[in-house]
Design a protein around this ligand. Structure first.
Ligand code: MRU
Length: 363
C-alpha cells in the first residue's frame, strides 16, 4: 500500500536490524505515525491496546514479539513467558495462537544462541507468506467481482464491507479488500459502502483511509444503514473478513457482521467472507457455541475519538453514569455465508467446502 506515494507494509524490522516498527492504528486517520517496539512487553501492549489489530497482523506482531523476547533472553523460561504473555492479549483471533505455535516450533529445538535469529526469520516468513496469501485471495475474489460487473452495463459494482479487513489488518493487500483493490486496478468500476463499525470505528477510520489512499470510490455509512441500502438494491455484494473460522464455516468477525449477513440473506445479496488458512480453527465445529468472544472495555462504547481543529480529542457520548457492555465480535453461522474466499480458491461455507480446499487438515 502506498501512503503519500511511499510503499508501506504494516510491520517491518527497523533500520537497526532488530527493533520492530508498526503503524500506530490508534492515531489513524488523523495522524500517520509509526511506533517502535523494542521488547516483548511492548509488542503485547501494542496488540492489547490495538495499536496493531486485525487477525493476521496480530499474529505477525506476536511472532516478532517472540523474536524480541529471544533477543533479550533466549532461555526456555523466557520463551514460555513470551508465549504466555502474547497468547493472553486477544482471545478471538486464532491467528495469534497459530503464529505463537509456529514460533515455538521454529525456536524450541534450537540452541539458545540461535533462537533470536531463528525467531526473526520465522516472523519475516510469516509476513511474506501473508502478503502472498492475501494476493491470492484477491485474485480469487476478483473473479466474483468480474462476474457481477458483467451484469452491470458499466455501472459500478457496489460492495459493502464491515470493520477493517484491509491492508492495515494484514501485512499488505488485506483479505476482504484485496479483491476490491485488484478490481479497481483492473479498471472495473467499484464503489464501496464502508460500515463505520462502532465502537472503535475501524471502518470510518481505517478502511476509508485505505480506500482513499488507493483512490477507490467509497462512502462511509453508519452501521445501521446496510439493511436499507440492500433493500434499495444499492448493494451488489458483501465481503468481510474473519478472526476465526470454524471447521464447518461459521465465521467470527467484528461485532455487527452477523446483522449484515441476516440483512444480506433477506435481500438475496451475496455475502462472502475472505480468509487466509491461518484463520481457520480446525478444532472447533460450532462457532456460535465455541468461539471465544472478546469483551472489551466499556470506555470504547462510552467515548469517541475525533478531530477538533488540529487536535485529536476523546469525548464522552453516553449518559453520565450509564454502564456499557462491549462484546467485540459476533459469529455468523455458515448458513448465512454465500462462500469463503481463500488463498486456494472459493468454497462453500461448510465442512465439505473447506475440506475440498484443505484436504490435509480435514481428516
Ligand atoms: O478488533 P479488530 O479491529 O482486530 O477486528 C478486526 C476484524 O474484525 C477484521 O475483520 C478481521 O480481523 C479480519 S482481518 C483480515
Amino acid at each position: 500500500m502506498r501512503i503519500n506515494a511511499t510503499a508501506y507494509r504494516t510491520i517491518w524490522v527497523a533500520q537497526d536490524g532488530w527493533s520492530v516498527e508498526v503503524i500506530d492504528q490508534i492515531k489513524l486517520p488523523h495522524v500517520f505515525e509509526t511506533q517502535t517496539l523494542t521488547s516483548v512487553s511492548e509488542a503485547a501492549r501494542a496488540i492489547k491496546d490495538m495499536v496493531v489489530r486485525g487477525a493476521p497482523l496480530i499474529g505477525a506482531t506476536a511472532a516478532y514479539g517472540v523474536a524480541l523476547a529471544m533477543r533479550a533472553n533466549p532461555s526456555d523460561a523466557a520463551l514460555d513467558a513470551a508465549l504466555a504473555l502474547l497468547g493472553a492479549t486477544r482471545p478471538t483471533a486464532i491467528n495469534l495462537q497459530w503464529a505463537l505455535k509456529e514460533l515455538d516450533l521454529a525456536v524450541r529445538l534450537l540452541p539458545p544462541e540461535e533462537r533470536a535469529v531463528g525467531a526473526y526469520a520465522r516472523a519475516a516468513q510469516i509476513c511474506d507468506d501473508d502478503v502472498e496469501t492475501c494476493r491470492q485471495i484477491g485474485a480469487h475474489g476478483l473473479k466474483l467481482i468480474e462476474e457481477i460487473a458483467a451484469t452491470k452495463n458499466g455501472e459500478p459494482v457496489n460492495i459493502l464491507t464491515h470493520c477493517n479487513a484491509g491492508w492495515l489488518a494484514t501485512i499488505d493487500w488485506g483479505t476482504a479488500t484485496a479483491p476490491i483493490y485488484m478490481a479497481h486496478d483492473a479498471g472495473i468500476p467499484i464503489h464501496v459502502w464502508v460500515d463505520e463499525t462502532r465502537p472503535r470505528n475501524q471502518g470510518a477510520a481505517l478502511t476509508a483511509f485505505e480506500l482513499g489512499q488507493h483512490g477507490v470510490p467509497h462512502h462511509i455509512i453508519v452501521d445501521n444503514a446496510g439493511g436499507h441500502l440492500m433493500q434499495q438494491g444499492q448493494v451488489d455484494l458483501c465481503i468481510v473478513g474473519t478472526d476465526r473460522t470454524s471447521a464447518r464455516g461459521d465465521v467470527a468477525n467484528k461485532i455487527g457482521t452477523y446483522l449484515k449477513a441476516l440483512a444480506a440473506q433477506d435481500n438475496d445479496v451475496p455475502f462472502y467472507v475472505a480468509l487466509p488458512h491461518t484463520t481457520i480453527d480446525w478444532s472447533i465445529e460450532d462457532g456460535v457455541a465455541d468461539i471465544p468472544i472478546e469483551e472489551r472495555a466499556p470506555d470504547e462504547v462510552l467515548t469517541m475519538q475525533g478531530r477538533c481543529g488540529d487536535e485529536v480529542v476523546q469525548v464522552g457520548i453516553g449518559a453520565p453514569g450509564s454502564p456499557a457492555a462491549n462484546p467485540a465480535f459476533d459469529v455468523t453461522p455458515a448458513r448465512l455465508v454465500s462462500g469463503l474466499i481463500t488463498e486456494r480458491g472459493v468454497c462453500a461455507a461448510s465442512q465439505a467446502g473447506l475440506a475440498s480446499l484443505y484436504p490435509e487438515k480435514a481428516s
